[in-house]
Design a binder for this molecule. Structure first.
Ligand code: NOJ
Ligand code: CA
Length: 484
């Protein structure tokens, strides 16, 4: 069995994790200092969102040098120390591989224009109707070149042309560079954007809903601007360079489009569950669609409920559901990803006074709250984003409190290795999500504000609320894990 088969991966957004030099921005030394927390939570691996030099238009996802560490975060030597210390604690290290685009400040953009996707305009405007993920056309005019370049995200993020073999070789070198430094894998960014329609044809109008929140509100079927022909070959090239490193793909497509990615990647994120409303039927359906992906010869999805791009669980679904959501996530079979701060049930914040991220994602990126004091133990300086509610929620205060989200998260992660393989959804009350993990455990989640009958006779091993089961009923918003 591979180490990641049922692993819990802890996502660190380095900027917001722990500052050590008082500049108000988290850094690699901070991650190293807090490895003990990640180990105590019980994570098997840590994924670091981009740590590379970047002008910061997309806070690291616009890379200007793939094989260095942004001085804001530290140095390569500091990175090596972090990997050593993590490994000493039995924590694997994953980096963020961003193969689809570079910053327009990357030297390649000027020196190697053939690395990018260019086209002539149409009727004085962009070459086609493709939309950027953050709104507006996916093309910008470059006066120097006298033509348009493609950017699936911000205009500062030019899409690489994966039909150019030199691009493939260059990214393979990047993968080998980090592999040689001893990392254990990559989360692979926006991988459904690697290939587009080679003829750059318009996206047709959408005939059916896309299935996930997307640009343009889903008016276009995103069939030409992403997931184009040749994806298998491109992914095979990534796999060839990565060897047996763990590769988790950010495939932002509904589950039925994932099999071609799972032929080469080890897992792909289950975004349907991530974006499901907190309603039993929708949650059940999203889980089943993910489970069905796995076959005897194909891996299944990685489960995730939040990241640095979308509202946090307690904000999106409501703080009253944070515990039950943790039970749901951490009892699913296969790898799970936990975004920093979710182990405390942290909330979104107001963001920065003058927005830093133009797409409005500052709110989901407030610092981790370590201590009950105004700067939350995150920094001695002025934090780049203020902590949200450190007096109410912090690692220090929740540690040892059996009713806290933190201690619940620890207990759930500790239980994961004891859950038997497989998941069988159980027929129950409409407001419950209930499933059996093999023959070992039954998981029951109450999504409603009513007491509902529990489909398990035994005393719960884990219960999210004291007295949460009475007369065979589960309390509102509670969840229980019972021996089968
Ligand atoms: C997905 C990342 O999670 C997001 O933060 C980023 O803006 C886009 N990919 C583009 O790299
Ligand atoms: Ca710092």
């Amino acid at each position: 069995m591979t180490w990641w088969a049922d692993a819990t991966v802890y996502q660190v957004y380095p900027r917001s994790f722990q500052d050590t030099n008082g500049d108000g921005v988290g850094d690699l030394a901070g991650v190293r200092r807090r490895l003990g927390h990640i180990a105590r939570v019980g994570a098997d691996a840590v994924w670091l969102s981009p740590i590379y030099p970047s002008p910061g238009a997309d806070l690291g996802y616009d890379i200007s040098d793939y094989t260095a560490v942004d001085p804001l975060f530290g140095t390569l030597e500091e990175f090596d120390r972090l990997v050593d210390d993590a490994h000493a604690l039995n924590i694997r290290v994953l980096l963020d591989l961003v193969p689809c685009h570079t910053s327009t400040a990357h030297p390649w953009f000027k020196e190697r224009p053939g690395f990018y996707i260019w086209a002539e305009g149409r009727d004085g405007g962009p070459p086609n109707n493709w939309l950027s993920a953050f709104g507006g056309p996916a093309w910008s005019y470059d006066p120097g070149q006298g033509r348009w370049y493609l950017h699936s995200f911000y205009p500062e993020q030019a899409d690489l042309d994966w039909r150019n073999p030199e691009v493939v070789a260059a990214v393979q070198d990047v993968i080998r560079f980090w592999a040689a430094r001893g990392i254990d894998g990559f989360r692979v960014d926006a991988i459904d954007r690697l290939m587009k329609d080679p003829q750059l044809r318009d996206d047709p109008p959408a005939a059916v809903p896309f299935g996930l929140p997307v640009e343009g509100g889903g008016t276009l079927a995103l069939t030409n601007s992403r997931n184009g022909p040749g994806i298998g070959k491109a992914l095979a090239a990534i796999r060839a360079a990565a060897g047996d490193l763990f590769l988790a793909g950010e495939v932002y497509l509904p589950a039925d489009a994932h099999p071609s990615f799972l032929e080469h990647l080890d897992t792909t994120f289950a975004f349907e569950l991530f974006h499901a409303p907190w309603e039993a039927a929708a949650l059940r359906q999203a889980i089943e669609r993910g489970i069905e992906l796995a076959t005897p010869t194909r891996r299944g999805p990685a489960w995730v409920l939040s990241n640095h791009d979308f509202p946090r669980v307690a904000t999106r679904w409501g703080a009253q559901h944070a515990r039950a959501a943790a039970v749901l996530l951490l009892t699913l079979p296969g790898p799970v990803f936990v975004y920093q701060g979710e182990e405390l049930g942290q909330l979104d914040g107001p963001g920065a006074e003058r927005p830093i991220d133009r797409a409005g994602r500052d709110a989901h990126r407030h610092p981790v709250q370590w201590d009950p004091e105004p700067r939350a133990g995150f920094t001695d300086g002025i934090p780049w984003l203020e902590p949200v509610d450190p007096l109410e929620r912090s690692v220090a205060v929740q540690t040892g409190d059996p009713l806290s989200v933190l201690e619940l998260t620890r207990a759930l992660i500790a239980l994961r290795p004891h859950l038997e393989p497989g998941l069988l959804m159980l027929e129950t009350e409409p407001g419950l999500v209930a499933f059996a993990r093999g023959e070992s455990h039954v998981v029951v989640v109450n999504t409603t504000a009513a007491w509902l009958p529990v489909p398990a006779a035994a005393e719960p091993l884990i219960l999210t609320a004291p007295g949460g089961v009475r007369d065979g009923r589960l309390a509102p918003n509670a969840a229980a894990i019972c021996p089968a």
